[in-house]
Design a binder for this molecule. Structure first.
Ligand SMILES: Cc1ncc(COP(=O)(O)O)c(C=O)c1O
Length: 412
């Protein structure tokens, strides 16, 4: 109780006056109090990194804000629009911040993700995967009533006809994008097949074709800038030719959207690409750090890593082995490389099962004891974010906000 009182006195006398408080003293709240702060999001000036239950997903706000302003500034400076992909953050608070910073809206990977964004008031949505099947189509029409500017992707007439019928029943006109296959995942073939689809869509009175979406995901992670540029330029070139061929049929088209964090400084130089939809830039991960920059650096450092997972050392079975409380359930495991520890580079992480990570120590590594914290840059940001309910936003060592990852788990 004594400690609690002194912490509160400190905060009311010192922190209120400081614009950016230096790290608060060590935890002096009870867990019950901390739980309430987190639940209410009432954390500013109260909690520090040391107070957080681990494993925890952390966002370094200074790095995040710098990434947002750099990417949006760059893309808009090239005369293109940006609709960052919400599959990365799954967090309406972030979508709103990106829009406030100049984005035209948010992409959503799935209908359920788009519903979560729309429910929170996010507009300018583009659902980047096809909505297939009766129930998803019903949901699309319902979403179109709530957020009428939401765009949906189509790559075949069967789905388009079903969407059109649902739109008619819901008395809405749904804006649609043709999803183009440019060597990755889904879509109709560029050229004549896509042009025929565009013409077919003109017959459907409750759909309005406005957009071509061409996402070259396989270009995004090509290692080496020159090779990445070659792949993306070739693939996006097919999309530009296709949208021009659609226009040549007298069909007005508003946008060609695509691109990624790995190709933002490539696609913005391609005439005809009008909108970018990158996602990872705001967080970054080990995977993206490996692709190499336009500056010739092997480390892709255009956007600093803002996203980490904080763990606690829970055991030290012997001098050469330290165990942290984050394992297969704390990080996405789809990449062949492990999380990278922050600020202790001679430490190596290996998965030690669902709940644990094993740290081994090279020359010069800082020793870690039970109770110490260890923070990691994650292998792949999107699927790791999907493992957490909350994002703890830090400025320096202090927790400034807690954002709900409201679309976490929304894979439908
Ligand atoms: C359709 C689509 N657009 C854009 C992106 C964003 O890519 P990145 O996170 O590499 O910037 C993705 C990511 O997978 C995607 O699926």
């Amino acid at each position: 109780m004594m400690m609690l009182a002194s912490r509160r006195t400190f905060m009311s006398t010192t922190l209120v006056a400081a614009a950016v408080p230096s790290a608060l003293p060590a935890a002096s709240y009870t867990w019950a109090e901390i739980e309430k702060f987190i639940e209410k999001g009432d954390v500013k000036g109260k909690l520090t990194r040391a107070d957080l239950p681990t494993p925890a997903l952390l966002l370094d706000l200074d790095a995040f804000e710098a990434n947002v302003s750099k990417m949006i500034g760059y893309v808009k400076g090239k005369g293109r629009a940006i609709r960052p992909h919400g599959k990365t953050h799954k967090c309406p608070e972030i979508a709103q911040r990106l829009i406030a910073a100049g984005a035209v809206g948010a992409c959503a990977a799935k209908i359920s993700e788009a519903e979560a964004f729309a429910a929170a008031g996010v507009r300018g949505l583009l659902v980047t995967t096809a909505v297939v099947g009766k129930y998803k189509i019903e949901r699309a029409a319902r979403l179109a009533r709530l957020a009428p500017d939401t765009m949906f992707c189509v790559d075949n007439m069967q789905m388009a006809e079903e969407l059109d019928a649902a739109a008619r029943a819901a008395k809405v006109t749904i804006p649609v994008a043709i999803d183009l296959w440019i060597g990755n995942r889904t879509g109709i073939q560029p050229g004549a097949p896509a042009v025929a689809l565009a013409e077919g869509l003109q017959r459907l009175k409750n759909l309005k074709l406005t957009t071509v979406q061409a996402y070259a995901g396989h270009a995004a992670h090509v290692v080496g800038f020159a090779q990445r540029k070659k792949v993306s330029t070739e693939e996006m070139g097919k999309a530009v030719e296709t949208i021009n061929a659609i226009r040549a049929k007298g069909i007005a088209m508003e946008r060609l959207t695509g691109g990624s964090t790995g190709t933002y400084n490539i696609d913005t130089d391609i005439d005809g690409v009008t909108e970018l939809q990158p996602g990872s830039f705001m967080f970054m991960d080990v995977d993206y750090n490996r692709i190499g920059g336009a500056d010739g650096n092997e480390f892709y450092g255009d956007f600093p890593n803002s996203l980490t997972v904080l763990t606690t050392v829970v055991s030290k079975p012997h001098d050469a082995l330290v165990i942290v409380d984050g394992g297969l359930k704390a990080f996405s495991t789809d990449k062949p490389f492990p999380p990278r520890i922050k600020d202790n580079s001679a430490v190596t992480f290996a998965y030690g099962g669902d709940e644990h990570g094993k740290l081994t120590f090279g020359a010069g590594a800082k020793a870690l004891s039970v109770g110490d914290k260890a923070e990691f840059v994650i292998p792949h940001c999107d699927p790791s974010v999907n493992l957490y309910d909350r994002l703890f936003c830090l400025r320096g060592g202090n927790v400034e906000a807690v954002w709900r990852i409201a679309a976490r788990g929304m894979a439908q």
